[in-house]
Design a binder for this molecule. Sequence first.
Ligand code: SF4
Length: 324
Amino acid sequence: MAQNTEIEIARKIPVGISSCLLGQEVRYNGGHKRSRYCLEVLADCFAFEPFCPEMAIGLGVPREPIRLVAPKGEPARALGTVNNGLDVTDALLESGRRLAQQRSHLRGYILMKGSPSCGLERVKVYHPNGMPNTASSGVFVRALREANPLLPMEEEARLNDPVLRENFIARVFAYDDWIDSVHSAPSYHNLIRFHSRQKYLLMAHHYESYRQLGRLLGQARQYPLGVALERYITTFMAAMARPATRKSHSNVLQHILGYLKRAIDSECRQALLQSIEQYRRGLVPLVVPLTLLKHYLQRYGSDYIRAQSYLDPYPHELGLRNAL
Ligand code: SF4
């Protein structure tokens, strides 16, 4: 999974991360959960901003561990495992809200799994009688997500899965593009330009949303600008959270191939079609047909198609498409 190639990037993207994943000794027992992938690979393109909510609310190291407790159907509270009177739920919720406000420049967040504060999902919730009951999100994350539902989030452990890893990184780069090019300079024109270069990436993630957003753009000027932008980015980020499949990538590759129709002879076209088919059947990774396609696009493609974020949604040195 780790790459040795140094990544050249104009500017590192600010991404929040659970402090223990960067090797900081902030866990309840004074330990850490250092992530090699984050430190040795992603740190080349992300400017990590560590944060430990439990330290931020004044729980020291070492400390009494906390866990989520709730009677069935009620929202989980974060309580001490030894001292049930220790209830840090409200403090953790406040810490999540404050972080969302103070670090609104973040483009993504990587979290520690299973933590009653930082876990994104499937964190054990106990019944007050001590028996495991159900599962939920960590309390800090709950508040962070409520305050900024657009922020791409993922658990570090899930980055071991090539599809989830690629999906998270693609979302961070797309969200970064949105903030830089539309959110910071809102206009219908910038919205249309954003959609125009993200079109095929969006299509790969969710075809229905691609169609829906195309229709929305057709009528965008009928809405106040703020409303149009809000509707657009909410649907866009939800679509991006759906991992693209071999079938949807193959569909996009075929569409892009259509732009070369007149420029290449039938032999080249057959080779490209064959490569896409091999990818669709799982015989070669995505990088194979894509490299071939990009080779011809560089020579014969229009500016429009060459500007598609789908072709290079993140630095290729990350090698993400070698594993798809
Ligand atoms: S609260 Fe979060 S950052 Fe702090 S030790 Fe636990 S998982 Fe790590």
